[in-house]
Write a protein that binds this ligand. Structure first.
Ligand SMILES: CCCCCCC[C@@H](O)CC(=O)SCCNC(=O)CCNC(=O)[C@H](O)C(C)(C)COP(=O)(O)OP(=O)(O)OC[C@H]1O[C@@H](n2cnc3c(N)ncnc32)[C@H](O)[C@@H]1OP(=O)(O)O
Length: 595
């Protein structure tokens, strides 16, 4: 079958694969071409005894079905031995499903130290040991898919399972960090929270539920997360009975418990008074990275220092006319029949060019006063701020009109010597509270560096990514118009730098320069035309650095490299040969290559 998800050439280790979920993972992986190490110590569900039988039976079953498998009888605590089995038999390891587990259920008062240690050894230490042993191989291959098995017993607690619950939440923490450390080597780590009928849950779950909780209904969810096409990393998926969902942690908005930076103590009574706000989850949000949490704390401190640098909020209304003016501003033309959908409101496919959605909150997030307040010496005004970088992510279906509410904040401040970089984050929601767009803008403040600040970004600042080291796969050229900036301004960025020769001169430019976001709009149009059939719905995200200014009338050449669903691009000016957008990429939901 042409579009079957295959694992040919991949080597998978499934721990605890002699029965239940592990057996299903092993069978499914093998049936799709993976070579499988079927690990099972062959003990009882409480971890007593050992036998080679359980693993052998599964290996024989796989072989009888025409697959490849080898048995491994080691305890997962000896992770290096388990991984050795894979290396000796097949020379590599691509997938680890840490599934082995035992139960020693007792109420907290009765858990012996041995009950605690054994459960932690198999679940938590075992997952760590197997993962760590495979790490050098995965790193060298620049590829790995790891699954940690957690449980609702950990997430929510379950009477009589304190040892098991603790180990299972330990696995969530382990996965969080493994996901971060592996990301740059294409090693992904995700968590499954299964509810399955197995030796371990027999007698615990009601019969009706038990009969519906077939492990084979969970196996495809887990095995999909082990496939190279699955981008997920650091995600928790709960699955049972032919159902699956992502699980998130959320954090409330919280409240500041002191009134100024000078107040260095908080009374118990102040905490009691504020408790309602501390525990209010009405505006709870998920945070993607530890940097977001510490970034928020830094911001609270900044607010206290400044006596209240507040988050900003902006309302942005738009309709078909705005989409059309924007499309004209970034070069869409009726000469190209495929652009009509961006220019004519009655076209059956009328839609926005996705980069239109950089607009909500932009003016507020880049105003010189906001940028100035973020800098210790306040050295920012309209004449020394340049747009440095932009990240835009479309989170849901984009409408052709509506009212978006944007909440934004200063997220990071860097001291780059020649200038300061102020990073703002903006999230835009529609009238139903649906998160539609995320924007991150970096503003380069020329001459405002050397204030003794840190040089590097906090986690959560989206990095630029260098283009592959080969000739571009394709390119498209667009000539901008002498009045391009005059037209683009009409979409809302009225900065005089782009039209007023005197103002441009004060800012150090010979002539007014083009908006960075205008060049970005042209570039993303090129990517969509080349790799997405001009279909805005296929657009997911873009990141770009504005490396040098563009003058209206210059010709933009967009070089492109396709790497799966990521299209790297670099934009240069044909007349000067200078790179103007670098480190840039568009992530597509899917591609439809131009023939
Ligand atoms: C009504 C009110 C509205 C207000 C809204 C305003 C929004 C818009 O109107 C504004 C615009 O659109 S401006 C036009 C678009 N932007 C540009 O043309 C900027 C082009 N870039 C440059 O000229 C240089 O990169 C420059 C000058 C930015 C930096 O060059 P250098 O000083 O030479 O820096 P360099 O030595 O190369 O690097 C020093 C450190 O800074 C980092 N860096 C470089 N370029 C960056 C950029 N563009 N963004 C973020 N960081 C950048 C480098 O990585 C380096 O850091 P490190 O040493 O840590 O690597």
């Amino acid at each position: 079958m042409a579009d079957q998800l295959r694992f040919d050439g991949r080597v998978a280790i499934v721990t605890g694969a002699g029965a239940g979920l592990g057996r299903e993972y092993a069978m499914l992986l093998a049936s799709r071409g993976a070579k499988v190490v079927v690990n099972d110590l062959g003990g009882t569900h409480s971890g007593e005894g050992a036998s080679t039988r359980a693993a052998d039976v599964v290996v024989n079953e796989i072989k009888a079905n025409g697959g490849e498998a080898v048995a491994d009888y080691n305890s997962v605590v000896d992770g290096d031995k388990v991984v050795d089995t894979a290396i000796k038999a097949y020379g590599r390891v691509d997938i680890i499903i840490n599934n082995a587990g035992i139960l020693r259920d007792r109420s907290i008062a009765k858990i012996s130290e041995q009950d605690w240690n054994l459960v932690h050894d198999v679940h938590l230490k075992g997952s760590f040991k197997v993962t760590q042993a495979a790490w050098p191989y995965m790193k060298k291959q620049n590829y790995g898919r790891i699954i940690m098995t957690s449980s609702n017993s950990g997430m929510y607690g379950n009477f009589g399972q304190a040892n098991y619950s603790a180990a299972k939440m330990g696995l969530v923490g382990l996965a969080n960090t493994v996901a971060i450390e592996g990301a740059k080597n294409n090693i992904h780590c995700n968590v499954i929270l299964p509810t399955a009928a197995s030796r371990m849950t027999e007698g615990i779950l009601p019969d009706m539920l038990f009969n519906e909780l077939k492990p084979k209904l969970i196996a495809p969810v887990v095995v999909y997360m082990c496939h190279e096409s699955c981008d997920e990393n650091g995600t928790y998926i709960e699955s049972a009975a032919g159902w699956a969902t992502k699980v998130h942690s959320v954090r409330g908005k919280g409240t500041v418990l002191r009134t100024s930076i000078e107040q260095d103590s908080i009374s118990l009574e102040a905490v009691q008074k504020a408790w309602g706000k501390v525990t209010d989850m009405s505006e709870a949000k998920h945070l993607n990275a530890i940097g977001e949490a510490s970034g928020y704390l830094l911001e609270v401190l900044e607010k206290l220092k400044e006596g209240g640098l507040s988050d900003f909020e902006d309302v942005f209304k738009f309709g078909s006319k705005d989409l059309i003016v924007y499309a004209l501003g970034v070069g869409a033309t009726t000469k190209n029949s495929n652009d009509l959908k961006f220019l004519y409101e009655n076209d059956p496919d009328f839609t926005a060019i996705p980069t239109f959605f950089v607009m909500p909150g932009l003016m507020l997030s880049m105003t010189s006063s906001l940028v100035a307040t973020a800098l210790p010496e306040g050295k920012a005004n309209l004449t020394n701020i340049l747009h440095g970088e932009q990240y835009l992510e479309i989170c849901d279906d984009i409408p052709t009109n509506g009212k978006l509410t944007t909440t934004g904040k200063v997220f990071d401040v860097m001291d780059k010597g020649s200038g300061a970089v102020v990073v703002t984050n903006c999230d835009s929601y529609d009238e139903n509270g649906r998160l539609l767009v995320k924007n991150q803008s970096s503003i380069f403040v020329v001459g405002a560096g050397k204030f003794g600040g840190k040089k590097n970004p906090i986690q959560g600042v989206v990095p630029v990514v260098a283009a592959p080291n080969r000739a571009p796969d394709s390119f498209i050229q667009y000539k901008t118009n002498e009045d391009q900036a005059a037209l683009y301004r009409m979409s809302g960025d009225l900065n005089p730098l782009h039209i007023d020769p005197n103002f441009a001169a004060i800012s150090g430019f010979k002539v007014p320069i083009l908006h960075g976001l205008c060049s970005l709009g042209f570039s993303v149009r090129a990517v969509l035309a080349q790799y997405a059939n001009n279909n805005s719905a296929l657009f997911k995200a873009v990141k770009a650095r504005f490396a040098a200014p563009v003058v209206p009338g210059q010709t933009l050449k967009v070089d492109m490299w396709k790497e799966g669903k990521r299209i790297h691009f670099r934009t240069s000016v044909v007349e000067t040969g200078k790179d103007v957008i670098t480190g840039a990429y568009v992530d597509l939901k899917d591609t439809s290559a131009k023939l």
